[in-house]
Design a protein around this ligand. Structure first.
Ligand SMILES: [Zn+2]
Length: 478
């Protein structure tokens, strides 16, 4: 009898549209941007529950949301990924670095990949706190401290001088549960670089790197390198003499500087496309970080002293900018010219990499040391530079929101505004597929299902500025 009554109720409820399902958030009347396909669909409601998109529908009346967000006339795409950032500058700057997290979020960046620094313990703690909702910021994927040689210039790295050291360092990274491994080449020898790459791969890690001049791009790609960070390392791929010259460096017959110059002088576009096609076939990605290179290359034309964004950067982090500024200021006219030429040649590789099918990752290199490369707006600058260098807006956006998660093997949860995906979204006034500059016109951000409208984002920015200037002592927690 009781069961019959329940069934009857259910039937009646069905006739009136059914009991409405609970939802945390419905974003109403949106135009959904499909970055993969480069298409849009208008008139969609996006239903969010427990941090995930559960439905994208023309009519969300079957849901009873706790909150709604009006997206009429707006374009909704996956939250942006900055696939190369840094946190660092020593323990005294932990708070200033933490203050960068809401700066990313306020610019629509819902995920960052930390590419090593000297505050790994803090970054690992923030990764957890952001994930469990106790810290306001983008999701963090981190390499932890990077592998380097003994007495490298980098603070906070794991310095290795033997194969045993490499194994100990990787044990430590495994214990930290890092998301990938970063290896760089300041003082690390080529044989130990290769050993570290092989051993990290054997343990199942994704590896990103700066490539030693004594190794060719083919050698590291064949060994399973996941990504090459910074476009400057790709120029050598256009030299028909790359293998000879890198061999000469490895044998101690040539200096790294002379070899690099000779490689760049013998650059040839068809050789580059052939090399890059082999990288593509083996799945080695490239993070160009054009924005960082551009800023440093053109410090002679723009000293950035009056940048409005400096208000968001604490005094300690601003001080870390001085080293690169001082070094650039010491360059004579010829050296300045070389900086410009090196940047323009690097940027010109973007269409060649794309043509060859290489996966490009949009990342800024923002953080400590890298002067005036501002967390947040820097990624919008990077996207615009990628587009200016030859990518379509769709390709530039994919380099951020699709290739980023694919590189870290989490593509299932990200990269589309679709049921089952994480509710990390950015809501724009204009269509970013038409004009890459549209990414800057942010109406709202949704991070892990939590909405922040324009007023909330502006309040977040004001708060970051206030903390950066030391006017607020409040910790940046939710
Ligand atoms: Zn970097």
């Amino acid at each position: 009898m009781r069961l019959t009554a329940l069934i009857l109720l259910a039937v009646l409820a069905g006739a009136c549209g059914g009991p409405r399902q609970p939802a945390d958030l419905v974003i109403e009347g949106a135009t959904v941007v499909d970055v993969q396909q480069g298409t849009t669909t208008s008139g969609r409601d996006i239903v969010v529950r427990e941090g995930r998109i559960i439905d994208v529908t023309p009519d969300a009346s079957a849901y009873a949301p706790a909150t709604t967000l009006d997206a009429a006339g707006a374009f909704v795409m996956p939250g942006l990924w900055d696939n190369h950032v840094h946190f660092g500058g020593g323990p005294a700057l932990i708070e200033e670095n933490r203050n960068l997290l809401p700066l990313y979020l306020a610019h629509g960046i819902t995920t960052v990949r930390d590419a090593a620094g000297d505050l790994s313990d803090s970054v690992l703690a923030w990764r957890t706190q952001v994930a469990d909702g106790t810290l306001l910021g983008p999701r963090i994927f981190t390499s932890g401290p990077k592998l380097e040689g003994i007495e490298s210039i980098w603070p906070g790295d794991l310095e290795v001088g033997s194969e045993a050291d490499v194994r100990v360092a990787l044990d430590r990274l495994q214990a930290m549960q890092v998301d990938c491994v970063k290896i760089t080449e300041n003082t690390l020898t080529a044989p130990l670089f290769m050993y570290g790459l092989d051993e990290a791969r054997r343990r199942g890690f994704i590896v990103s790197a700066h490539v030693p001049i004594a190794l060719t791009l083919d050698q590291v790609s064949e060994a399973g390198l996941g990504s090459i960070e910074h476009m400057s390392y790709l120029l050598r791929g256009g030299s028909p003499r790359e293998a000879d010259l890198s061999g000469a460096v490895g044998a101690g017959r040539m200096s790294p500087g002379d070899a690099l110059t000779a490689m760049i002088e013998s650059f040839d576009a068809s050789t580059a496309v052939a090399t890059f096609s082999r990288l593509a076939a083996r799945g080695t990605a490239v993070t160009p970080t054009l924005n960082g290179s551009r800023i440093l290359a053109y410090l002679d034309q723009d000293a950035h002293a009056g940048d409005a964004y400096l208000r968001y950067i604490g005094p300690g982090l601003q001080k870390t900018y001085e080293g690169r500024v001082t070094r650039a200021a010491a360059d004579d006219a010829a050296a300045v010219e070389r900086r410009h030429a090196r940047f323009e040649r690097s940027a010109a590789l973007v269409p060649l990499l794309q043509q060859a099918g290489v996966t490009l990752l949009a990342g800024t290199d923002a953080g400590f040391l890298n002067s005036f490369n501002y967390p947040g707006i820097g990624l919008h600058d990077e996207l615009a530079l990628l587009a200016k260098s030859g990518l379509t807006p769709q390709q530039a956006l994919a380099a951020s929101v699709i290739n980023g998660p694919a590189f870290l093997r989490v593509a299932d949860g990200y990269g589309a505004v679709a049921a089952g995906k994480t509710a990390d979204l950015v809501i724009l006034d204009r269509n970013p597929l038409d004009d890459i500059w549209a990414t800057r016109g942010i109406r709202a951000v949704v991070a892990q299902g939590r909405p922040f409208d324009r007023a909330a984002l502006d309040a977040m920015l004001a708060d970051v500025a206030s903390r950066a200037s030391g006017r607020s002592a409040q910790p940046s927690v939710q």
